[in-house]
Design a protein around this ligand. Structure first.
Ligand code: PAF
Length: 296
């Protein structure tokens, strides 16, 4: 069913819930020579999402944002029902940055009875977040493939905060010959450096004070590298101490790895990806940066 809905700002934004209808709308736009940009999301927008949409706006003529809390990327111990949702608010925020279409498919339409087809990559998901969330990236690459087939974008935008996800999507697009340009959007941070995330709503006051330690750790690591440190183990040891010096923190991983393959690197030659996953209270936060070695 196609809905044209007026959101708070009074402009018209198109809301499509039906998959074949989204496909026909994409065909119509393509036939009219419009370039479609897709920003896939799970909703509950913050400034980080809006920035991806602003970036997307510049990349084409028709901006589609999908909102779908994808069940196949949640693990058995992760509570999909607890994932925050506020469609009315999302719709108004999307409209404020010039989104043309919100695609909002129901879960039973995306995964019909007897569903059994998945896209999975062989090596990239075996690192970083994939270690503690074993089927997560299989769910992500599968749903993104489906969204590509439904919204038929020329360009799709993903955030650099989920760096492993972005690397996986780029690899999948190359491997499966999707004719889609993938654009990475920079991490958007609060004033104290905390990367914006839907998970930031779960903090107590005390936990919120500890949360910027991820960014502080990445900054401290870059400083060490600039001072000449090249040994990953020593940097990781510093990172562990700094993170655990803050109350309510528990480390999932601290990794320094190759920015393409995500394999661990022992020595930082030119550049390396430093990625962190840290529990602050119940919220599992991730952050990353590319460490740049200044030439000796
Ligand atoms: O980054 C997200 O919000 C999700 O992993 C995505 C890309 C929308 C797939 O469900």
């Amino acid at each position: 069913m196609l809905n044209i809905k007026t959101c708070l700002l009074g402009k018209l934004i198109q809301i499509i819930t039906d998959i074949p209808l989204m496909q026909r709308e994409a065909d119509r736009l393509r036939e009219a020579g419009k370039r479609i940009v897709l920003v896939p999301t799970m909703g509950f927008f913050h400034e980080g999402h809006l920035n991806l949409m602003r970036l997307g706006r510049k990349e084409g003529d028709h901006l589609v944002v999908s909102i779908f809390v994808n069940p196949t990327q949640f693990g058995p111990t992760e509570d999909i029902k607890a994932y925050p949702r506020d469609f009315e608010r999302d719709c108004a925020m999307a409209e404020s940055v010039g989104v043309d279409t919100v695609f909002l498919p129901p879960a039973d339409a995306m995964y019909t009875g007897g569903y059994q087809t998945y896209v999975s990559l062989e090596r990239l998901p075996l690192h970083l977040c994939g270690l503690s969330r074993p089927n997560h990236f299989r769910g992500v690459s599968s749903v993104v493939t489906k969204l590509f087939h439904v919204a038929k974008p020329h360009t799709a935008v993903f955030g650099e905060k989920d760096r492993q996800q972005l690397i996986i999507i780029r690899r999948m697009v190359r491997d499966l010959n999707f004719d889609i340009k993938i654009v990475g959007g920079p991490i958007v941070r609060e004033d104290d450096g905390l990367a914006m995330s839907s998970r930031n709503f779960y903090f107590s006051k005390e936990e919120r004070l500890s949360a910027p330690v991820l960014f502080q750790t990445l900054q401290a690591a870059q400083k060490l590298v600039e001072q000449g440190e090249r040994n990953s183990r020593r940097i990781i040891a510093m990172a562990g101490e700094l993170i655990l010096s803050r109350p309510h923190t528990r480390i999932d991983y601290v990794s320094i790895c190759d920015p393409e393959t995500l394999e661990d690197v022992d020595q930082i030659d030119k550049e390396a990806l430093m990625a962190l996953a840290v529990y602050v209270g119940k919220a599992r936060l991730i952050d990353n940066t590319v460490l740049h070695a200044v030439r000796d």
